[in-house]
Design a protein around this ligand. Structure first.
Ligand SMILES: Nc1ncnc2c1ncn2[C@@H]1O[C@H](COP(=O)(O)OP(=O)(O)OP(=O)(O)O)[C@@H](O)[C@H]1O
Ligand SMILES: [Mg+2]
Length: 263
């Protein structure tokens, strides 16, 4: 059993993430790879990179759980499960007192309540529109001619803010264009955009409630400005993983390990 290793593969709309763990639960490799247009190919490449990174041979991996929007494309998976379950388990592994998980990825956002083992109790999800997701921020960064790191600077959320009134990405983008035409300072626009995402998340938080510590997962957790505004709104500290994009894959690897029976 000691040589057994387990894999989690999360094929998201933007990133395909792989985590390999050993039987003691320690992470042995971690990869974030762009999904692109072919999820099956991205999964295979990210998996190969993870094996290479960990100096691990394929036959050491005893179980592979695939998750994420593109999980059906992972031909080498031994099982598949939902992202909601995986983010819960992954967040619990990193922060054991997690009671609530906020996952903001590229194309959807979710608030998940978990029990003391990271198992999902209830959730609320926005997968109907891009507003309130990472994609919204990418569209706005392009309009502002900034990269995501610049947009995420927490200094932009400390001063004045304009109100972005449109709840739809396309209309909000037009609003940004006209604010820029009126020479509105970029920081005020960014502040307004971050607050508009936080308001979308807030309505999910209200519908589901908060319990225990809150852990934020998904690539948008790298957006320090957004985390700052969300902490202010919640009046609570958020646990932010070092590598928030791989939390779903980490959870999947732990589910693979739990389900594995050594002969
Ligand atoms: N360095 C960064 N700074 C700020 N934000 C970032 C950074 N890197 C990624 N992001 C955000 O993370 C988002 C992608 O998150 P993630 O990789 O978790 O998505 P995904 O899992 O592929 O999507 P989904 O789960 O919705 O299918 C991007 O849209 C972007 O907004
Ligand atoms: Mg995801």
């Amino acid at each position: 059993m000691s040589n057994a290793l387990f894999a989690g593969v999360d094929v998201g709309s933007l990133s395909t993430d792989v985590v390999l763990i050993d039987s003691a639960g320690a992470t042995r490799a971690e990869v974030v790879f762009p999904t692109g247009i072919n999820g099956a190919e991205a999964a295979q490449k990210a998996y190969d990179l993870a094996l290479e990174q960990g100096g691990i041979s394929r036959d050491q991996i005893k179980a592979v759980i695939a998750t994420g929007y593109g999980r059906a494309a992972v031909a080498f998976a031994s099982g598949k499960t939902t992202e909601i379950s995986c983010h819960g388990v992954g967040a619990h592994h990193l922060f054991p007192d997690t009671g609530t998980v906020i996952d903001i990825g590229g194309q959807d956002s979710k608030v998940i309540q978990v029990d003391g083992r990271g198992r999902m109790l209830d959730f609320s999800m926005n997968d109907k529109c891009a507003a309130g997701t990472g994609r919204f921020l990418e569209v706005m960064a392009a309009q502002l001619e900034m990269n995501l790191n610049e947009l995420s600077d927490p200094r932009h959320v400390s001063g004045e803010s304009v109100q972005i009134s449109s709840t739809c990405t396309v209309f909000a983008e037009s609003e940004v264009i006209s604010l820029l035409a009126k020479h509105t300072p970029r920081e005020q626009i960014i502040n307004g955009l971050q607050r508009s995402i936080v308001n979308r998340i807030w309505s999910m938080v209200i519908s589901i409630g908060i319990q225990g510590e809150i852990t934020i997962t998904g690539g948008v957790a790298k957006n320090k400005g957004l985390v700052t505004v969300l902490e202010e709104k919640l009046g609570m500290h958020l646990n932010v993983p070092d590598n928030p994009q791989t939390v779903g894959a980490l959870g999947a690897a732990h589910i693979a390990q739990r389900g594995f029976k050594d002969e």
